[in-house]
Design a protein around this ligand. Structure first.
Ligand SMILES: [Mg+2]
Length: 275
């Protein structure tokens, strides 16, 4: 049987960029549940944060955390061995403490002012992200990716210098909505591939993969799904981070964040012609 599986970014995609609400996508979320379509969150958020969103949106499927740094699979989903919180964890990225140390070395070696999330006060994190005080500890529970800001003047040359520096150490930086991210040689696309192998091992279904995102850190995911969809970014009337010329395979959803998400997902999963 042909079945859909949906991979989605959270910040700015399923969740509104400002208030982190998925309300505009409720019709599509309902339809997804009704049709028993696996909905996989693939985000730069930590596992601790995603667990909260999974509860809030009553989604009980595997998820990809920290930009592809790890895959979490709920107990009983594929029958793998689980941790104390009932998740099977597949680590793909490098250890957080190592990334933190490398960010500090880069700041020294390149004479740049770089501030990692681990060195931010709670108020600074709230200022950058708009999350609540209660959510700060969840955002700090990082395992595979250090978000950071560049406090020195940011020019294209600065970014190039940083990229080269980290690439020589087999590390990568990625630009998300609010932060740059320092991580191992991982991305959402590699995690999508790894997770799809598990789905394929565990079912005879033929999967049609859909991926939704809004930012450059979603490109690797776009490249590893059958149907790639970009949603618009605020402010209204909205714009895309991607150019049709550079991304000819990409579908462009009409609507900012969850509005675009809702429309695009409903169009695909309720339209038999897309099968
Ligand atoms: Mg995003």
């Amino acid at each position: 049987m042909k079945r859909y599986i949906i991979f989605t970014d959270l910040d700015g995609t399923l969740l509104d960029m400002r208030d982190y609400s998925a309300d505009a996508a409720i019709p599509a979320l309902r339809e997804i549940k009704e049709r028993n379509i696996p909905l996989i969150f693939a985000t730069s958020k930590t596992a601790a944060e995603i667990k909260e969103y999974s509860l809030k949106l009553s989604v009980n499927h595997p998820f990809i955390c920290e930009n592809g740094g790890g895959i979490y699979i709920p107990e009983g989903y594929f029958g793998g061995e689980v941790d104390s919180e009932q998740f099977e964890v597949i680590p793909l990225g490098l250890e957080y403490s190592y990334l933190r140390a490398e960010l500090k070395s880069a700041a020294e070696d390149l004479n740049l002012e770089l501030q990692g999330m681990g060195d931010m006060t709670d108020d600074e994190i709230i200022g950058f992200t708009g999350i609540t005080e209660a959510e700060v500890p969840l955002a700090r529970t990082r395992e595979f990716d250090e978000p950071f800001v560049i406090k020195s003047e940011v020019t294209e040359a600065t970014i190039k210098k940083l990229e080269t520096y980290f690439r020589n150490k087999k590390l990568e930086i990625l630009k998300g909505n609010r932060f740059y991210h320092l991580m191992g040689n991982i991305n959402k696309g590699k995690a999508v591939k790894a997770l799809m192998e598990r789905f394929e091992e565990n079912s005879k279904d033929e999967w049609i993969t859909i991926g939704l995102g809004d930012s450059p850190n979603d490109i690797a995911m776009f490249e590893n799904v059958n149907v790639a969809i970009a949603v618009m970014k605020p402010p209204p009337p909205g714009h895309y981070d991607f150019d049709e010329k550079d991304f000819p395979y990409l579908n462009f959803a009409e609507g900012i964040g969850p509005q675009g998400w809702n429309k695009a997902v409903l169009e695909i999963i309720t339209n038999p012609q897309h099968r």
